[in-house]
Design a protein around this ligand. Sequence first.
Ligand code: HEM
Length: 519
Amino acid sequence: MLTNLTIVLITLLVTYTVLTRTALRIQRARKAKQMGATLPPRVNNGILGWYGLWLVIQNARSMKLPHTLGKRFANGPTWLTPVAGNEPINTIDPENVKAILATQFKDFCLGIRHRALSPSIGDGIFTLDGEGWTHSRALLRPQFSRQQISRVHSLERLMQILFKLIRKENGEYFDLQNLFFMFTLDSATEFLYGASVDTLADLLGEPVEGDHGGVGEEVRKAYQQSINNAQDISAIRTRLQGLYWIAGNIYQRNLYQKSNKGVKDFSQFFVDKALNTSKEKLKEMEDSDNYVFLYELVKSTRNPVVIRDQLINILVAGRDTTASLLSFTFYTLGRRPDVLKKLRAAILEDFGTSPDEITFESLKRCDYLRYVLNEVLRLYPSVPINARSATRDTTLPRGGGPDGKQPVFVYKGQMVAYCVYWMHRDKKYWGEDALEFNPDRWDPKVQPQNKGWEYLPFNGGPRICLGQQFALTEAGYVVTRMLQEFDTVHCKNQKEEEHPPYALDLTMRHGEGVWVSMK
Ligand code: HEM
């Protein structure tokens, strides 16, 4: 039974919460008016938004995020909803997204990202704001020049291992998505450190040439597990927003610490090795065809922690995103024989059946391949929901007033989430067939190509993805080689589904894997 004192305390607490929240709302409405804006429309989410948090968790568990958000965007492109005490604004209005990412860049920052991710990936381009980010971007940008990213043939060794693994399946169904996540981990470590962590080779059980760059077997194996575990827990921390500390500090604390160490040990080994490499050897490497990101970076900074963290940041930014693009490409090709046939014909015409003709330039010239990749990224963007937080009281250009066309107020610290997934599926910009997979929409002869901020798979503004060209080149190479090698791709799941089940963490992948048969 509740004592009288408890009842009084609860009543006082509820009254205090209601009064302070009402006062805040009045204060914000006043501030909004001063700034020529209004508060955004409000979508209820239960008392203080706790139902909203439960809904987010339930939807994520049942693999229905981000597609269930569509119902809410049906009422308007910009709205606010309380979630567990916070009041994030959600938007799919390209004008607002442009403001957040470009025209009002300084009004927004990454919010809790640094706190959520830095124990795992440290201080780097992906986690920092302000000066730290400016410095990171200046340091890393030159490494993504065309010359550095155009060396596609370094992928061929891994392709051969992938082919062997697929052939071992003898035309039975297998999860290609799983192999792509391993492939991109192997290729990213090779590109960044000069030595692949070789998860695919281990799976195949065949010895690889060389010694994995000299790294100890224990460190290499630990890394293979650690990177996935660290990313899984980091994803939970990001999703929990202000409560990020629960995951990794209380829940799965030991695993998080062990995994973070596993990732750092592997990276540190290669950083130390590079820092101990003589100038002559570095020059020799520069003249060879074997570009290694790390060895270029040590020419610009000798700080081992900076180098280590930046490399981990790039790996996290580039690995899952590229694997997601490849997986959804084959998910689609395996369900759309018409697209597969047309793409194979384009590939065979442009490149024949060997890897020799595949270059950075020739991949860019293969129009239909480009259309297919663009269309996969439209319907299945690797980063379907993203967010920023306001660094000061500010406004967004649209979403307020009775017609939704007036500016809306954003208070300092408020989160604004932008849902690329639904922006990419909005009939207003993509027409009645917005939910259909139609690569031809990217053909200028079919439709004028005047895409603006409504197409944003790689983000936009000063923080636009640094690896965009690199990713499209890698994905183009892998798709081309796969279709040169295999005649049939058949997806086990042929059900009509506008929204497949999604596993959503920092990026999005198919929730049940991409089960295909290839011959
Ligand atoms: C299909 C593949 C890829 C997609 C869809 C993609 C998408 C994105 C997106 C949406 C962002 C913005 C994140 C944010 O600011 O919140 C981003 C940032 C970034 N991406 Fe990518 N990415 C891909 C591949 C890559 C690859 C392969 C690399 C590197 C090898 C890379 C490096 C980066 C970096 C360094 C940033 C941070 C840029 C900054 O904050 O200044 N990405 N990417």
